[in-house]
Design a protein around this ligand. Sequence first.
Ligand code: GNR
Ligand code: NI
Length: 168
Amino acid sequence: MARLSILEFPDPRLRKVAEPVNEVDSRIKTLIDDMFETMYAAPGIGLAATQVDVHERVIVMDISDNQQAPRVFINPTVVILDETLGEYDEGCLSVPGFYETVNRPTRIAVTALNKEGETFTEELQGLMAICLQHEIDHLEGKLFVDYLSPLKRQRIRGKLEKAHRQRA
Ligand code: GNR
Ligand code: NI
């Protein structure tokens, strides 16, 4: 297993739209293992392949406390079951240190492939629903800061660019 490096806003590679996975082969399984290692080390509750500069439609997630509920979503599609929006203070490993309120539909159904390449459908609500929508946004090249005002987004961008300059 390998820990991968996570791209940070405003890296333009975070804006790429990910391609569907054709076959869940050993290459994809290795990617999934590496993404879990990277997500758990961060630590985070979800990770999209886009964030590790792989532009394929793969998401890993685990909202449990002790790494006891690993979930994989390949080529996910979502149906909104209830247009009611819920607000949540979101963070992102690609926007480190910033948390802002985002509104999203609270009940969704997802259809995806699992790690074995089998199709499944399930209903999600609560943090799982929020996190999956956040991850699918990554696959579309979208970040939670895109839901904020231009002023807030620009302030976050400026602070992260300064941090990146100091790191370099
Ligand atoms: O670790 C994460 N926490 C989180 C909290 C609220 C809403 C979404 C998330 S996802 C984030 C990890 C991440 O950046 N995934 O893309
Ligand atoms: Ni994120």
